[in-house]
Design a binder for this molecule. Structure first.
Ligand SMILES: Cc1cc2nc3c(=O)[nH]c(=O)nc-3n(C[C@H](O)[C@H](O)[C@H](O)COP(=O)(O)OP(=O)(O)OC[C@H]3O[C@@H](n4cnc5c(N)ncnc54)[C@H](O)[C@@H]3O)c2cc1C
Ligand SMILES: *[C@@H]1O[C@H](CO)[C@@H](O)[C@H](O)[C@H]1NC(C)=O
Ligand SMILES: *[C@@H]1O[C@H](CO)[C@@H](O)[C@H](O)[C@H]1NC(C)=O
Ligand SMILES: *[C@@H]1O[C@H](CO)[C@@H](O)[C@H](O)[C@H]1NC(C)=O
Length: 427
């Protein structure tokens, strides 16, 4: 569905077709820009497990015509149950079931790989030129352009690097190598068909109705989420990474390590980890939000995980990447061809504080959960305020990234114009 006629002469190159880059491509195409989207991977496999989107990202998906496809594969969970490590219920949070009333839209929880497939299909439907198997490592930030591995140069009006945590685009934008740092934690993650639990007396009750369950213990927390009417089951456990594992989405985990970590815990949670398949150990890398997202030429910018990945406890990594993409698209469309530096700097201006705040929630949330217990006695010694629900990130569910551009454009772009004049750069 193309909402506006493509303007063949305003060309945006996006490097990286993850959830963030693909969302940016869809949003740009809907603004009538010509979009070429590159990804290094020749073919996407449904890697990863569950990912969540808060309510106001759902709002963007509705506007972009993707919501129905996404809802069809999403969890039907209406509650999140928070438990102590021994299984005692701390609180039952009904935000998921009430999100439509409270925030106007449901939140979405589903399999990242399946969502990703929908994103790529919608890129194609919107006329995005999706080019797979093309790794982009060389840019010309002044033209701007990117170079294919064959040496071919692709010219654009704007280049957006959405190439994830290990971004090459970031190096281009900053002019220096900047690597994310180890957070000190890793996450055991697994996703499998729930049929293996069908006859299990402990776990099968979780499959009757989609649910998300959270267990917290001393310096550990984990989730179990069932998806698509209980047909898929996802388990996640964040733990201290003492072994300093390598980075990636396919490092197999030792089941025994996990069972040792949750020894004596709620038998339901233990049983999930005894049986679940496809467990990986995923190193949690982090870097504080960069304070520069746009190269001094104003023609190349980074977005999504490239500008600083989120901790899973923020529950907002994917949402914030999508919101970045929506903001880039509207800023480019507003400023128009020939005004790309104004557009990209205003994008930064509109997003920086919001993203930084969202990212910080991930840290404070983890600290809150991981420090409730006395590590020796395992007793919960601090009280957890769950009056506003279990997640501090619910506060972000009211944001509307597109409306923020509409409302904030005049002020933010005027500020950017003044700065650009001050430093004698062309607008
Ligand atoms: C395989 C995989 C599985 C994931 N699984 C989960 C999950 O289960 N749960 C969860 O919460 N989050 C998961 N994430 C992370 C989550 O998708 C991101 O944190 C979030 O969506 C922000 O996305 P992004 O688009 O900024 O970056 P990413 O999703 O990391 O996407 C970056 C894209 O850029 C491509 N790329 C990288 N370098 C280049 C290059 N030089 N040239 C061209 N293309 C390049 C990559 O192939 C990738 O497709 C996963 C990410 C990946 C890559
Ligand atoms: C912009 O990009 C160029 C090329 O990567 C780099 O030399 C320069 O340092 C970058 N820096 C800034 C501040 O924009
Ligand atoms: C934790 O519990 C142990 C054993 O019950 C106790 O000796 C210790 O003082 C407690 N620690 C703190 C910090 O309260
Ligand atoms: C987010 O969405 C809700 C529901 O549609 C709306 O009431 C709220 O104003 C939105 N937030 C912003 C910042 O626009």
């Amino acid at each position: 569905m193309i909402t506006r006629l493509p303007s063949a002469d305003f060309h945006v190159v996006i490097v990286g077709a993850g959830l963030g880059g693909a969302a940016c491509a869809i949003a740009c195409a809907r603004q009538g820009l010509r979009v070429t989207l590159f990804d290094a991977v020749p073919k996407f496999f449904p890697l990863g497990d569950s990912v969540g989107f808060g309510s106001n990202t759902t709002k963007l998906f509705k506007r972009w015509g993707m919501y129905d496809d996404m809802w069809a594969i999403s969890s039907r969970a209406e509650e999140s149950v928070m438990r102590n490590w021994d299984g005692a219920v701390i609180t039952v949070d009904s935000t998921l079931g009430q999100a439509e009333e409270r925030y106007g839209h449901k939140a979405l929880i589903g399999h990242r790989g399946q969502y990703h497939e929908i994103f790529i299909n919608h890129c194609r439907k919107n006329g995005v030129d999706v080019r797979m198997g093309v790794k982009i490592e060389k840019y010309d930030v002044a033209k701007p352009s990117v170079f294919l591995p064959t040496g071919e140069e692709i010219l654009a009006d704007a280049v957006i690097a959405a190439d994830g945590v290990k971004s090459h685009g970031r190096t281009q934008v900053l002019g220096i190598e900047d690597a994310p740092i180890h957070s000190g934690y890793a996450v055991w993650r697994a996703y499998s068909d729930s049929a293996i639990f069908k006859d299990d007396p402990l776990v099968s009750p979780l499959l009757d109705k989609d649910t998300t369950q959270l267990w917290i213990g001393p310096d550990l927390h984990g989730f179990v989420t069932t998806i698509r009417d209980g047909t898929g089951i996802n388990a996640v456990l964040t733990h201290k990474d003492v072994a300093d594992i390598s980075e990636g989405w396919n490092l197999p985990a030792e089941r025994q390590d996990i069972l040792d970590a949750v020894k004596g815990w709620d038998p339901v949670f233990v049983r999930v980890w005894e049986k679940i398949q496809n467990i990986i150990d995923w190193k949690l890398v982090y870097r504080p939000c960069l304070d520069q997202w746009v190269n001094s030429t104003g023609l190349v910018a980074i977005m999504g995980d490239a500008r600083g990945p989120f901790l899973p406890t923020s529950t907002q990594g994917a949402s914030q990447a999508v919101e970045d993409g929506a903001t880039v698209a509207l800023c480019l469309a507003r400023a128009g061809k020939g005004n790309v530096p104004l557009a990209l700097r205003t994008y930064f201006e509109l997003r920086y504080e919001h993203v930084k705040g969202a990212q910080a929630i991930g840290i404070s949330q983890r600290t809150k959960w991981h420090s409730l217990h006395n590590k020796t006695s395992m007793k919960m010694e601090k009280e957890l305020d769950t009056s506003k629900g279990i997640l501090d990130s619910y506060s972000l569910w009211t944001h509307d990234a597109e409306k923020a551009v509409e409302d904030g454009w005049n002020e933010a772009s005027a500020k950017v114009r003044r700065e650009m004049q001050g430093s004698n750069q062309t607008v």
